[in-house]
Ligand binder design. Sequence first.
Ligand code: COA
Ligand code: AMP
Length: 636
Amino acid sequence: MASPLRYADIYEQSIRQPERFWGEAAGEIRWSRPWSQVLDVSRKPFCRWFVGGRLNTCDNCLDRHVEAGRGEQTAIIYDSPVTGTLRKITYGELLDEVARFAGVLTGLGVAKGDRVVIYMPMIPEAVIAMLACARIGAIHSVVFGGFAPNELAVRINDAKPKLVVSGSCGIEGKKTIPYKPLLDEAIRLADHKPERCILFQRPQLTAPLIEGRDHDWATLMREAVPAPCVPIEATDPLYILYTSGTTGRPKGVMRDNGGHAVALMWSMRYIYDIRPGEVYWAASDVGWVVGHSYIVYGPLLMGCTTVLYEGKPVGTPDPGAFWRVIDQHKVSVLFTAPTAFRAIKKEDPRGEYLKKYDIRSLRYLFLAGERLDPDTYHWASGMLGIPVVDHWWQTETGWAIAADCMGIEPFPIKAGSPTKAVPGYDVRIVDPRGNPLPNGQEGYVVIRLPLPPGCLPTLWQDDERYLEYVERVDGCYLTGDGGFYDEEGYLFIMGRIDDVINVAGHRLSTGSMEEIIARHPDVAECAVLGVQDALKGQVPIGFVVLKSGVKRAPDGIAEELVQMVRSELGALACFKQCAIVKALPKTRSGKILRATMRKIADGEPFEIPSTIEDVSVLKGIEEEARRIGYAKGAGV
Ligand code: COA
Ligand code: AMP
C-alpha cells in the first residue's frame, strides 16, 4: 500500500518548512477553531504548536468517526486470555461509555485542567477513563500497574490529582494482583490526598470501598448523564506520563492536545501505513507511552480497530498467543518490544506454533522500546516474511524519531538500525561538547529544535528540569542515547549515555534503585548497573559495600536489598542479584567507575582507566560478580 512518495523530498520539506509541513498535516484533524500560528518559538527553547487552535482529542477519536458512519465498526477488541474474555466495543458504544464516564467525572467535581491518576490493568475501562478525561479537558496520568505503592505515591504527590481511577486487581499470567491495597497504601504514603477514588470491581477479585472517599464504577455509570466534548486549546495538556530519569524522581512528561493529535495521525499513515477500518495491535500496556500513543490515541484518531490484549507473549497459554490473536482478529500491523519476540523465540525457536495459524493479514511488524538485536531481527523476519521494522523513540517524543516509514518510501532494512530520521526530526550526532561528528563516528544523538508536534513541550510544572534536555548542546534536544550514522545515512542507536536502563522494554533508573538500597542501615555505598540479559535485554544488578563493623551474613543482607527494591519500586524492576563487595572502583576524584564495572560483569574486554584510584578493587568486583553468575569473560 506504500505510496510513490519520496522520503528525501518529504524529509527535506519537513525540516526546511516545518510550519507549512505540519500546517498541512493538521488538516486531518477536526478543529473547533483554527490556529493563529502553527509554530510559536517566541519563548525559545520552549516551542508550542498550533497556538490559538481549539479541538478536542476525544472528539477526534470518537464523535467524529461516529458522525462519519463508523458507529457500528469495532473500536476496541478486548482480548484477555488471562480471564478468558473476548469483548468487542463499537465506536458507537465506546462513545456512549466515554461520554457517560465523562459525566461521572464532572459530577464528582472534576473540571478542565484537574488531574486524574489512572492506575488500572489492561481492561477497556482504562481506555474509557483516559478518553473521558480528554473529553472534559482533565489531564490524565496513567501509572503502570506494576509499580509499587511508593512509586504511585511519588506520582500522586507530583500530579496532585483530584481523583484516582483504579481497578480492583490486575492479572499477571496466573497471578491475581490486588490493586486496591496498593492504592490505599500509596494514598497513605502520599502527602497529597486525592478527594475521591473510583474503583472498577473486577469479578476475579473485588475490594472493599472506603466510605466517603471511594465510589463504585458500575454504580456511578448506571446513573451517569453523558457529558459533551469541551473545546480545548491545542497547547493545553492532554496528559502527564511519568518516566525514569537518572534520579529517583521521575520526570512528568507533558503532552499537549493539538500537536499530539496531528503527529499521531500523521504517524499512523506514513510510518505504520495503516488506514481506517484496519486492525492495529500494539502489544504493550496502557501504562507506557507505547500504550498511550498506539493502543489508545493513534489507532482511534485514524478510525482503526485497536486490540487491547491482557496477556503475555508466552504462557497465556503458549508461545502461539500472538499468532492466535493476529489470526482471530485479522491484525494488519503489530507493534511490540523485541523482548516479546525473544520470549517467543526461546520457547518456540522453530516456529511450530506459527504453523497452526493463518497470519496472512499481517503486513508489518514494528518493534521498539529497546535496541532490536540482529539475532531477533533475523529470526522474526525469517519466520514472518514481512517487513520487520525497528523504530526508535522515547516517552518524551511520544512517537518515532527514526524509522523505516512504510507509508512513504521503504528502504532496505539493515539489522541493528532503525533506518532514517522520521520527517520532522533533525537528528544529529555530536561529541560531548556539541561539535558535529562525521558518519561512522559514535557520539551523543541530539535533535535540533524545534522538536516536531507531539513531543513534550515541557515537563509538568517543571520548566527548569525541561531545560536539562536542551541546555547541554546549543539549539538541540539531548535524547540521552548514543549512536552514529553510517555512510548511507542509516542511524544506529547503541544505548543510553546516562544511568537509564531498559528491562524487558521498560525504562528504569539505576539511580532510583541506588536510592532505595542506600536507605538500608547496613549499606555504606552502592552502585546498580544494567547488565546484558538474553531475554530482557538488560537487568539491573547491585554492588554494595557494607558499613564497617557489620557482622551479619552478606547473603541475608543481599536478600533484604532485593526485597526492598521489589516492594518500593516494583517487581517490574527485575532486581534479583546483589553482590556484597569490599570497595567500589573509583577515580581519584571519587567518581564510581560504572562503565568499567559493567564491562567486567558482562565479561567484555576493558581498559583499566588511568584515573583509577586502586586497581586491586577490580579483582574483588570480578570475583563477586562471578559468584552471582556474571563476569564470564577473560578476567581482570
Ligand atoms: N502489574 C503487576 N505486576 C506486574 C505487571 C503489572 N502490570 N507487569 C509486570 N509485573 C511483574 C511480573 O509479574 C513479574 O513479577 P515476578 O518477578 O513476581 O515474576 C515482574 O513484574 C517482571 O515482569 P516482566 O518483565 O513482564 O517479566 P515476565 O518474566 O513476567 O515476562 C516477558 C517476560 C518478556 C514475556 C515480558 O516482559 C513481556 O511481554 N515484555 C514485553 C514488554 C512490552 O510490551 N513493553 C512495552 C514497550 S512496547
Ligand atoms: P521509553 O521512554 O520507555 O520509551 O524508553 C526510551 C529509550 O528506550 C530510548 O531512549 C532508548 O534508549 C531505548 N529505545 C527505544 N526504542 C529503541 C530502539 N528502537 N533502538 C534502540 N533503543 C531504543
